[in-house]
Design a protein. Structure first.
Length: 237
């Protein structure tokens, strides 16, 4: 009887949560695709609030999912990279990372009837401005990307991989996801294999030093800091 009561309460909580979420949800009115190319789908939309009022413009975008690799060498130091980040206009220290490529590479989000037209307006649909989980990159494809990025950016490989977590990159205005992996006891097997547009230095940082860098604001990528903290604390096994 006790187990049955718990089950009933659990179902009731889920039903109440769904009802609450439905009352909070916005309704998409229309969307204008300002830029849509192989890199980004940048949109200006109108949304209807739960109280019936409409807000516009609301800007959002779709980009590729990407991977972040919390990598450690055989001595326990973190394998990091230094590179220039145009967004904050400075050189950052961070974990190896990169976009997911391959046959499933795509900019996801709203569809456009004429992809050659840089500006198009679409009426809202079930898939407009969002992605179903079935359309997202599989964990297997993400792992392949993580292994490739680690090798290309650092020249390291690992036989000890595990998926840590997949989270929305910026749920407020974007619909892509960050797939975070751990690679332990990495070994140097080659030099870097960089694209013509990549200028990246590899640095191996002791655990105590990376914590100091984060506290002093010298390890700036938010998702990377979250990844480090989850790995360090064992938040997800």
């Amino acid at each position: 009887m006790h187990v049955l009561n718990i089950t009933r309460r659990s179902k009731q909580i889920k039903m109440n949560t769904k009802e609450t979420n439905d009352r909070l949800a916005w309704e998409e009115v229309c969307t204008e695709h300002i830029i849509q190319d192989e890199w980004i789908d940048f949109r200006k939309s109108s949304w209807r609030f739960p109280d019936g009022n409409v807000v516009e413009p609301f800007y959002s975008y779709s980009r590729k999912d990407y991977v972040v690799i919390v990598a450690t060498d055989t001595g326990g130091s973190y394998i990091c990279v230094k590179q220039f980040r145009q967004g904050i206009k400075c050189v950052t220290t961070e974990f190896p990372a990169g976009g997911i490529e391959g046959k499933d590479e795509k900019v996801t989000g709203s569809s456009v009837e004429n992809p050659k037209d840089p500006v198009a307006i679409s009426e809202p649909s079930e898939s407009a401005g969002s992605r179903e989980r079935s359309e997202e990159y599989s964990e297997e494809l993400a792992l392949q990307a993580a292994k490739r990025e680690l090798l290309e950016e650092t020249g390291y490989e690992s036989q000890e991989w595990r998926h840590l977590i997949t989270v929305p990159s910026n749920a407020t205005i974007a619909d892509n996801y960050a797939h975070i992996f751990v690679a332990e006891n990495c070994r140097k097997v080659s030099g870097q294999i960089l694209d013509d547009t990549e200028f990246v230095n590899v640095v191996n940082i002791p655990p105590q030093e990376i914590e100091k860098m984060i506290k002093e604001g010298n390890f700036q990528q938010a998702v990377h800091i979250m990844a480090w903290l989850m790995y360090k604390t064992g938040a997800i096994a």
